[in-house]
Design a protein around this ligand. Structure first.
Ligand SMILES: *[C@@H]1O[C@H](CO)[C@@H](O)[C@H](O)[C@H]1NC(C)=O
Ligand SMILES: *[C@@H]1O[C@H](CO)[C@@H](O)[C@H](O)[C@H]1NC(C)=O
Ligand SMILES: *[C@@H]1O[C@H](CO)[C@@H](O)[C@H](O)[C@H]1NC(C)=O
Ligand SMILES: *[C@@H]1O[C@H](CO)[C@@H](O)[C@H](O)[C@H]1NC(C)=O
Length: 764
C-alpha cells in the first residue's frame, strides 16, 4: 500500500515536471485575457488530450512561427502530430509574438517585433466570454449563453476533421512549401459539387454527385468515408477509404500541397498516417502539380516526381526560353509521350493540323516556346507562348511535344529526349523529388505522402484476401508464395499442361488454378517487385494473379483459372468455333480493349501487356474474356516487366481484332499476309468476304466497319499514327467516330485516293 502511494507520488511528480517543461494548460475553457506566446512555449490542450493549440515552427527558418491546432494524442509520436488548423491560413510571425483572447472577446495574433496584428477572429463587441478547445479539435468562442460566436471548424485551413462540415461556397486551401499562398483549393459549389481548383478558374477534379438538393455540406465520417450530406445528415454522395469500416482512432481529410485531396487514417501498427483515398488517382494529372519545377513523371518506384528537361533561365525554376529570333539556328527538340501546357498565362492557340504543320507553326513564330501535338478525337496542335511551361509524361500518352530554342553552334548540345520512367534519365534534374522536398513541420506531410506510393492500383474493394492453405500463406499483398516443391505437388509434377508453359493445378482448398512457368531468367529482386506490382491489379477482364514461386532459378506465376481455356483453341476447332457468335466476338474485342486500356492508364503506373495474342485470352464459363500473361515479356530467355511500349500493345490488339473477325490466324511465317488481304478487301468494298464464314448469325455491318477501321489504325506501321487504347475502346463501344484509315503498311500496290497521303489522319 505504501509503495503504491509512493509510486503515485512519483508519477505526479513526473507529470508536474513534464508539465513545467512544456507548459500545457489542460482545461478546456479559457477566460478573457488568456494568452499564449512563442517565448513561454505554452499551449492549450483539449480535455481528452487529443488536440493541442499553440505556436509552432513552420519552416526550417528559425523565426517563422504560426499558431494553430495539431494532434496531441499520446498514441501519436510527436513527429506525426500533424497540424489540422492554422490561424489565418498561413500567416507567419516572428519569435516575438503572442496570441490572446482580448478583453473585448477577440482572438488576436500579434507580432511585437514588427508591431503588427497578423490575424484576428473579428469577434470584438460580440459578447464573447471564453474560448475552448473541444475534444473534436474545434476551437470555439462562446458568449455567456454558450452560443457559438466563432469556431475554427467554420474557418478551415487545409484539413477537415470528423464532425467538421465544409459548407457551400467555403474552401479548403492547401498549405504551400514556400511562403506564397498555394493556388490549390477545394470548393463546394452552389450545386453541391466538390471541386478541386487551381487559382479560381481551372477545375481539375469534381465529385460525381448528381443532386439538386440545397444546402449540402461535405464531411468525413468516423468509419472512413467522405460524404456530401443534406440538412438531415443523409449521405447524397460518398467515397470510401480503403480501410472503410476498419477501426482507426484518428482520421482527417487534407488538401495536400501537391494539389491532391486525400483521406488519412492513423495506423496503430505502423505508427503512421496512411492515405486511404485520394481524389486524383494519377498525381501527374493534378493541374500544374510540378508548377515551375518541370514536368511530372513516375519514377521506377512508382512515385510522381518533377523533372526538368529544358534549359532553365532562373535558378530553382524550370522554364523554357522565350521570345527568340535565331533564324536558321532555330531548333525544335522533340519529346515523346509528353504533354506540355502553359500556366501563366493560360491562353494558347489550338489549331487542327498535322504533326509536320504543328512543328512548322512553332518554328516560324518567334514568340512560340513549345508546341504539343496530340490526337485526342482529332489531330490538334497547341502553341504556347509562355516560358512558364509544365506538363506530364506517361508512356501511354500519344502527345508529342516540341520545345523551341536556338541551337548553340559551338556549345555542347544538352538536348535529350526524356526516357520512360522505368529508366531514370542520367541527365540533370531540376527538383529531384516532389515528395522529398517538404521541410520543417511539413516533413510529416512528406512521410505520409511516401505512403501513398504503395497504393498504386488498389481500389476500395481490393481488401487483402486470406487464402488458407495447409502449407502456404499469403504475403502482405495477399499473394500466395509457393515453394517449388509446392508447385510440383499442386500440379501433380507439372503433368496437366493446358497451354504453352501453363499447367493446371488444384490448391488444398480444392480451388483450381493455373501455373505459368516463365521459363526465363529474371533477377529475384526484380521478379518480386514486378509480381507485387501485378498482384495489385484488379480488373474483371484481367486474369487475377494469385501468387508466385521464386526459388533458385524457378519463376512461376499462379493465376485464377478460366474454365473454358484460351481463345486460340476455339478459333482452331471447327466445333468449338460455333460458340463464337458475332456478339461474343464483339464483346471479346471490347473486353480485351478495356483490360489493356486499364493496364495503360487505369493504374497510376503504366503497365504494358507486351505479349497480347489469342493464346493469352482466356474465356470463363460465361465466355467473358480475361486477359492473361500481362506484365512479363520474355525476350531471348530474359524476362522483363511492365515497361514496354504502349504502341506495341495497340498493334497487337489490332491484329487480335482482325483475327477474331476473320477467324484466320496469322502465323509468324505468313508475315502479315492476312492483314494485307483484309485491308485490300475492305478498301475495295468487299467487307463481307473477310468475315469468318463459321459465324452463323453473320456480322452487324456497322460494328464490322467500326472494328475494321480501328483495327487498321492500330496496326499502322508508323507508331505515331496508332491511337491510344482509350480511344480504341470508345470507337468499339460506338461512342467515338473513326475516320477511314490510311494503308497500315506498304501495300505494294496503289491504293485509291482516300486518305493515303496524310501525315496523321484524324480518328474522330
Ligand atoms: C528571436 O529571433 C532573433 C533573430 O533570429 C534572435 O536574435 C533572438 O534571440 C530570438 N529571441 C528569442 C527570445 O528567442
Ligand atoms: C458546380 O459544378 C458543376 C460541375 O463542375 C457545374 O456543372 C455547375 O454548373 C456548378 N454550379 C454552379 C452553381 O456553379
Ligand atoms: C438553405 O439555407 C438557407 C440559408 O440558411 C435557408 O434560407 C434555406 O431555407 C435552406 N434551404 C433548404 C432547402 O433548407
Ligand atoms: C461497411 O459495413 C456496412 C455494414 O456492415 C456495409 O453495408 C458496407 O458495404 C461496408 N462498406 C465497405 C466499403 O466495405
Amino acid at each position: 500500500m505504501l509503495q503504491l502511494v509512493y509510486l503515485l507520488r512519483l508519477a505526479l511528480l513526473l507529470c508536474v515536471s513534464f508539465g513545467f517543461l512544456l507548459h500545457p494548460v489542460v482545461t478546456s475553457v479559457m477566460p478573457l485575457g488568456s494568452k499564449l506566446s512563442v517565448v513561454d512555449n505554452n499551449y492549450w490542450v483539449s480535455t481528452n488530450g487529443d488536440f493541442a493549440f499553440g505556436f509552432f515552427n513552420v519552416t526550417d527558418e528559425p523565426n517563422q512561427f504560426s499558431v494553430g491546432i495539431r494532434f496531441n494524442s499520446k498514441s501519436i509520436p510527436y513527429s506525426q502530430q500533424t497540424l489540422v488548423w492554422v490561424a489565418g491560413g498561413h500567416v507567419k510571425v516572428s519569435n516575438m509574438s503572442y496570441f490572446q483572447l482580448t478583453s473585448q472577446g477577440e482572438l488576436v495574433l500579434v507580432d511585437s517585433l514588427h508591431g503588427v496584428t497578423a490575424w484576428t477572429s473579428g469577434t470584438g463587441n460580440r459578447s464573447v466570454v471564453s474560448v475552448a478547445l473541444h475534444d473534436d479539435g474545434n476551437l470555439v468562442l462562446v458568449d455567456a449563453k454558450q452560443t457559438i460566436i466563432w469556431q475554427s471548424f467554420d474557418n478551415p485551413s487545409d484539413t477537415l476533421l470528423p464532425g467538421q462540415r465544409l459548407h457551400v461556397s467555403k474552401t479548403l486551401r492547401a498549405s504551400s512549401k514556400n511562403l506564397e499562398t498555394s493556388y490549390y483549393s477545394l470548393y463546394l459549389n452552389a450545386s453541391g459539387r466538390l471541386q478541386l481548383r487551381w487559382e479560381s478558374n481551372i477545375v481539375y477534379w469534381t465529385s460525381e454527385s448528381h443532386s439538386s438538393t440545397e444546402n449540402l455540406t461535405a464531411t468525413i465520417t468516423s468509419d472512413g468515408s467522405l460524404q456530401l450530406q443534406d440538412q438531415h445528415s443523409r449521405a447524397i454522395w460518398s467515397v470510401f477509404g480503403e480501410d472503410h469500416n476498419d477501426s482507426a482512432n484518428y482520421r482527417f481529410l487534407r488538401l495536400d500541397f501537391d494539389g491532391n485531396l486525400r483521406l488519412y487514417s492513423w495506423m496503430e501498427d505502423s505508427q503512421s498516417w496512411r492515405s486511404v483515398w485520394q481524389a486524383v488517382e494519377n498525381q501527374c494529372k493534378v493541374f500544374a502539380t510540378c508548377g515551375e519545377r518541370g514536368v511530372c513523371v513516375f519514377n521506377a518506384s512508382g512515385s510522381a516526381e518533377c523533372r526538368c528537361p529544358f534549359k532553365t533561365i532562373e535558378t530553382n525554376k524550370c522554364l523554357v526560353s522565350n521570345k527568340q529570333d535565331c533564324g536558321s539556328l532555330t531548333e525544335m527538340k522533340m519529346y515523346k509521350n509528353l504533354y506540355l501546357y502553359g500556366i501563366y498565362p493560360l491562353d494558347d492557340l489550338i489549331v487542327t493540323s498535322s504533326l509536320q504543320q504543328c512543328v512548322q507553326l512553332c518554328q516560324n513564330d518567334s514568340e512560340c516556346t513549345v508546341a504539343t501535338f496530340s490526337n485526342i478525337g482529332s489531330p490538334q496542335c497547341s502553341i504556347r507562348k509562355t516560358k512558364y511551361i509544365t506538363g506530364y509524361q506517361v508512356p501511354s500518352l500519344t502527345s508529342i511535344s516540341f520545345v523551341r530554342s536556338c541551337s548553340d553552334p559551338v556549345g555542347v548540345n544538352l538536348s535529350f529526349t526524356m526516357s520512360p520512367p522505368s529508366e531514370p534519365s542520367p541527365h540533370r534534374l531540376c527538383v529531384p523529388c516532389l515528395v522529398g522536398a517538404a521541410s520543417g513541420t511539413f516533413v510529416i506531410v512528406g512521410f505520409v505522402q511516401l505512403g501513398i506510393v504503395f497504393f498504386i492500383c488498389r481500389r476500395k474493394n481490393s481488401t487483402m484476401r486470406r487464402v488458407t492453405l495447409a502449407f502456404t500463406f499469403p504475403n502482405s499483398k495477399g499473394l500466395m508464395v509457393l515453394s517449388f516443391a509446392e508447385i510440383k505437388s499442386i500440379t501433380g509434377d507439372l503433368k496437366n499442361q493446358v497451354g504453352p508453359n501453363m499447367f493446371k493445378g488444384v490448391l488444398p482448398s480444392n480451388r483450381v488454378i493455373v501455373i505459368k512457368d516463365l521459363n526465363a531468367s529474371i533477377e529475384e529482386r526484380k521478379f518480386r517487385s514486378a509480381v507485387l506490382k501485378l498482384g495489385n491489379i484488379h480488373h474483371k477482364n484481367l486474369m487475377k494473379l494469385e501468387g508466385y514461386c521464386c526459388e533458385l532459378n524457378h519463376r512461376y506465376l499462379v493465376y485464377e483459372y478460366a474454365k473454358n481455356g484460351s481463345l486460340d483453341k476455339y478459333l482452331d476447332d471447327s466445333t468449338l468455333c460455333k460458340k463464337l457468335t458475332w456478339r461474343t466476338r464483339v464483346e471479346i474485342c471490347s473486353s480485351v480493349g478495356k483490360a489493356i486500356c486499364y493496364l495503360h492508364s487505369g493504374c497510376r503506373e503504366f503497365i504494358s501487356h507486351g505479349n497480347l495474342k489469342c493464346e493469352n485470352i482466356m474465356l470463363d464459363e460465361n465466355s467473358v474474356a480475361k486477359v492473361s500473361d500481362y506484365g512479363f515479356t520474355i525476350v531471348d530467355g530474359e524476362a522483363t516487366c511492365c515497361g514496354f511500349s504502349a504502341e506495341k500493345d495497340v498493334a497487337d490488339f489490332g491484329k487480335l481484332v482482325l483475327t477474331l473477325l476473320t477467324g484466320c490466324r496469322d502465323h509468324d511465317h505468313d508475315h502479315g499476309q492476312v492483314y494485307e488481304w483484309v485491308y485490300k478487301e475492305w478498301l475495295e468494298g468487299r467487307v463481307n468476304n473477310v468475315v469468318d464464314k463459321r459465324i452463323d448469325d453473320g456480322a452487324n455491318s456497322e460494328e464490322l466497319e467500326r472494328a475494321l477501321r480501328i483495327a487498321f489504325w492500330c496496326i499502322q506501321t508508323d507508331e505515331q499514327k496508332r491511337p491510344p487504347m482509350e480511344e480504341v475502346v470508345r470507337v468499339l463501344d460506338g461512342t467515338l467516330n473513326v475516320d477511314p484509315p490510311p494503308p497500315p503498311f506498304d501495300l505494294g500496290f496503289d491504293p485509291q485516293e482516300n486518305g493515303s497521303e496524310s501525315e496523321i489522319e484524324s480518328v474522330v
